[in-house]
Write a protein that binds this ligand. Structure first.
Ligand code: UD1
Length: 460
């Protein structure tokens, strides 16, 4: 016996969410609620980590794995949502070996910090209590369980709002849903909890009163009101999201990032930003995005799972699953779709869309272009209105534009096609065959071929 086991209570119906998705899988700041809880547990020296979930275990395990927090975690199923004490009982069955201490916490309280959990564990150790609780004072304590203290300020019990007397409801100290128990104490009482309450559920909170009646010691550590916010409804999800965003923005500002207006800036907890980056208002940095030094994002940029190099600029644009090299610039009004790679100094301007395309160093695509499945070399200029015809109705084909090519306005490159190094096209050219290096391709070789129109419609 020894060590601290972590149990996350993540089953339960989450009725007030009115959702097909389990409550703890709803996301804030780019991660499911339960993954924020696992992130807070990660730095703690736990010997075991168990997540108690509803029948949809596979969803839970996949979501936690997707967020990078499933390693070393066991997922156990609670049959039916019979209450938090029942969830804890099930969680204990998932432990590999008997621990000394159990840290049990709700899976829908994403703002609780690792530092607070460490402090709670220290308090538990130092006081030798049978249970240690996290609490907070809330101006409006609804709908949380209230902490009832007795003589000498000792915690006597926790009473749920629906079961509370009017006097108890006026208590402003609430239960955060984070508990540390000595293992023998929890083992003894978890099976004795009954469901004689307004909801007919087994309450974990009843264990506190039972421990006190048995003469055991219960202590509580108060933390700030925002940290304990639990999600029970969509309104709470929005509230918690706002607090999480403010915390994330404060962290990056503390590390030297300028965020002009944190209230209109949405940065996922999975994003990294280098010092001296500038984040303008109405910007969204999502998923596995990293922003390099002195890069400027926004106003109005949405960047998902992408790398923005040093000194790059993205404004009024959407960038997804792409890599923008140093000193690149994108926008205004560009759509950078998955698989785009921009070399140093490359530029995509207004109304430009790219997909699965590489644009080499110092190449410019300034206006109104579509480059799909293209490899563009260095020092290339793609004139306004030029596009790659990468889809022939059956499959995608690549366009290769070698270094130092000049594509004049309104060129259509019908893939597969290669434009050789140093070549050029004339305005409005429709290029259907490879252009040798240094050659100039001009004109529109549009010929009529009877009976071949709109292949897609005929084959559908
Ligand atoms: C619980 C506490 C309440 C506390 C509040 C803090 C009880 C009885 N009450 O409220 O004192 O102030 O948290 O947010 O515990 N869950 C299960 N299985 C179940 C039911 C719930 O795993 O059968 C999980 C949920 O997924 C959730 C957590 O337990 O993550 C707490 O449940 P929730 O419904 O959010 O909280 P309450 O029970 O209302």
């Amino acid at each position: 016996m020894g060590g601290i086991a972590g149990i996350v209570l993540a089953a339960g119906a989450g009725k007030r969410m009115h959702s097909e998705l389990p409550k703890v899988l709803h996301e804030v700041a780019g991660r499911p609620l339960v993954a924020h809880v696992l992130a807070a547990l990660e730095p703690l020296p736990l010997c075991d980590r168990v997540v108690v979930c509803s029948e949809r275990t596979d969803d839970m395990a996949a979501s936690c794995a997707g967020a990078g927090f499933a390693q070393g975690v066991s997922f156990v199923v609670q049959e039916g949502a019979r209450g938090t004490a029942d969830a804890l009982r099930v969680g204990l069955t998932g432990l590999e070996r008997a621990p000394e201490t159990v840290l049990a916490m709700n899976g829908a309280t994403p703002l609780v910090r690792s530092e607070t959990l460490s402090a709670l564990l220290s308090t538990h150790r130092e006081t030798g209590a049978a249970a240690t609780l996290l609490t907070a004072e809330l101006a409006n304590p609804t709908p949380y369980g209230r902490i009832v203290r007795g003589f000498g300020d000792e915690v006597e019990k926790i009473v749920e709002e629906r079961d509370a007397t009017e006097l108890e409801r006026s208590i402003t100290e609430v239960n955060a849903g984070v508990y540390i128990f000595s293992y023998p104490a929890v083992k003894r009482f978890v099976g004795e909890v009954d469901r004689a309450n307004a909801q007919g559920e087994y309450y974990i909170t009843d264990i506190i009163g039972m421990l006190r009646s048995a003469g055991e010691r219960v202590v509580a550590l108060r933390t700030d009101a925002d940290e304990i916010k639990g999600v029970k409804s969509r309104a709470h999800l929005a509230e918690v999201g706002e607090l999480m965003r403010a915390r994330i923005a404060a962290r990056w500002m503390g590390e030297g990032v300028t965020i002009v207006d944190p209230r209109t800036t949405y940065i996922d907890s999975t994003v990294t930003i280098a010092p001296d980056a500038l984040i303008q208002p109405f910007s969204f940095l999502e998923g596995a995005t990293s922003v390099g030094r002195r890069a400027e994002v926004g106003p109005q940029a949405r960047v998902m799972n992408s790398v923005l190099g040093e000194d790059s600029v993205v404004s009024f644009a959407v960038v997804r699953d792409s890599e923008l090299g140093p000193q690149t610039s994108v926008g205004p009004f560009a759509s950078v779709r998955p698989g785009t790679k921009l070399g140093r100094g490359a530029h995509l301007g207004s109304f430009v869309e790219t997909k699965n395309t590489t644009v080499g160093e110092n190449s410019k695509v300034p206006h109104l272009s579509y480059l799909g499945d293209a490899d563009v070399g260095r020092g290339v200029n793609v004139g306004a209105g030029s596009i790659t015809g990468n889809w022939d109705g059956r499959g995608k084909h690549r366009t290769v534009i070698e270094d130092d090519v000049y594509i004049s306005s309104n060129t259509t490159m019908v893939a597969p096609v290669r434009i050789g190094k140093g070549a050029a096209t004339g305005a409005g050219a429709v290029v259907r065959q490879d252009v040798p290096p240094e050659a100039l391709a001009v004109g529109v070789p549009a010929r009529m071929i009877e009976g071949k129109g709109n292949k897609m419609a005929k084959e559908a």
